[in-house]
Design a protein around this ligand. Structure first.
Ligand SMILES: Nc1ncnc2c1ncn2[C@@H]1O[C@H](COP(=O)(O)OP(=O)(O)O)[C@@H](O)[C@H]1O
Ligand SMILES: [Mg+2]
Length: 365
């Protein structure tokens, strides 16, 4: 049996999600999984660099430190499993995005977490740097998970939408008829703005279980201003990040509505996540939405989403056999498998690349 490790840390910069899996046709067996949280100091440094602060020295150091932590996450997931390290073919490491600028005259996307350090410390071949080849081919470099969603969550009978609620929200619509192309793009913020406002106002990195948001009420005028951001009406392919949706974005709009209680802003940001997602879902009858990512652990967000989607049901990916927390890291384990097999990892119809491309740089054991 070949086993694979997937390592992922998204825009939330909360920590590294690690899985050790094997693939069997269209099913995934998760042998071990765990999250290694970033220490506060490292998280704050990463947040600063992602806001376009930081010298080459700072970025270089963070690349090494983050790489070492990704290696630790891989070692921990191996230890937690019964799988022999010799059967692990490769690690797929997304790394930590510190900047994603998919448009303009010189588009780029930077993920740090030095993969040479991961290969050296684990003794396992490490595939990383998945986004840049797609971008070089004219694509957004994101989202990359739709190819995995298509391979594993395609039903052939129902129109399915996989909704990932990370820092940013992205959707993958897999039509019931597999002859039709998959649609996938970032819809905008999921948790990123709620986390940023919560940290700024309360000092806590996120609004646990949505309790604080629940104390507030939606301010319709603020919600309207937020939804006026041009990103929401832009056609796909599109991808975004904290470069656009950040604390400054929130503060600029909040200033137009003086004296709003902070919890009303939080509740409005939650509603922004819900409304922007629902408005951008494909208009097909009997669409079934399956959510994954950290946002599934926020009961207020899930309740409001369910209500906005009604009468369409809201499910989670556990109903398709994969825990919502592990979908993204499993996708990067699969992307490593694709790279080593010389198979494409992008869906050109999603990213806008000129065609399918074999993604990733291979750092040998
Ligand atoms: N119990 C919870 N209550 C509310 N929000 C939560 C909870 N657990 C996780 N989250 C949210 O999920 C985010 C992490 O989700 P994740 O899928 O790891 O995103 P990313 O891919 O951007 O790292 C946290 O930053 C937080 O906003
Ligand atoms: Mg995360």
């Amino acid at each position: 049996m070949d086993a694979w490790i997937g390592l992922m840390s998204g825009t939330s910069m909360d920590g590294i999600d690690a899985v050790l899996v094997s693939f069997n046709g269209h099913s995934v067996e998760v042998h071990a999984s765990q999250t290694l949280n970033y220490p506060d100091d490292l998280r704050h440094r990463l947040l600063a660099v992602s806001q376009n602060q930081g010298t080459p020295d700072e970025i270089g150091e963070l690349d090494t430190l983050t790489g070492a932590l990704f290696a630790d996450a891989a070692c921990q997931v191996i230890e937690a499993s019964e799988v022999s390290p010799t059967s692990i073919r490769a690690i797929g490491s997304h790394g930590q995005t510190i900047r994603h600028q998919p448009t303009g005259s010189a588009p780029f996307s930077i993920q740090i977490g030095n993969p040479s350090v991961i290969a050296e410390r684990t003794g396992i071949t490490t595939v990383a740097d998945f986004r840049r080849r797609d971008m070089a081919a004219g694509g957004q470099g994101a989202p990359l998970v739709p190819a995995f969603h298509k391979a594993f969550f395609n039903s052939g009978t129902e129109d399915r939408c996989i909704l990932n609620l990370g820092g940013i929200a992205n959707i993958t619509w897999i039509p019931a008829d597999d002859g039709n192309p998959v649609t996938g793009f970032d819809t905008g913020p999921a948790n990123a703005l709620m986390d940023a406002w919560c940290l700024n106002q309360t000092g806590l990195p996120y609004d646990a279980d949505g309790h604080w948001a629940e104390e507030g009420t939606v301010n319709q005028a603020l919600l309207h201003d937020m939804l006026s951001d041009a990103y929401f009406s832009r056609p796909a392919p599109k991808s975004t990040g904290k470069e656009r949706f950040n604390l400054e974005w929130v503060k600029t709009l909040v200033r137009r509505h003086p004296d709003l209680p902070a919890e009303d802003v939080q509740r409005t940001l939650l509603q922004l996540t819900v409304t922007s997602i629902v408005q951008q879902l494909p208009e097909v009858p009997a669409l079934r939405v399956y959510a994954c990512g950290g946002g599934t652990r926020n009961p207020v967000l899930m309740r409001e989403l369910e209500q906005a989607l009604s009468p369409a049901p809201l499910a989670i990916t556990s109903d398709l056999g994969l825990n919502p927390q592990w979908v993204e890291p499993v996708a990067f384990a699969w992307l490593a498998q694709q790279s080593l097999a010389g198979q494409p990892g992008n869906l050109a119809e999603v990213t806008g690349a000129r065609g399918p491309r074999i993604l990733g740089a291979i750092h040998h054991a």
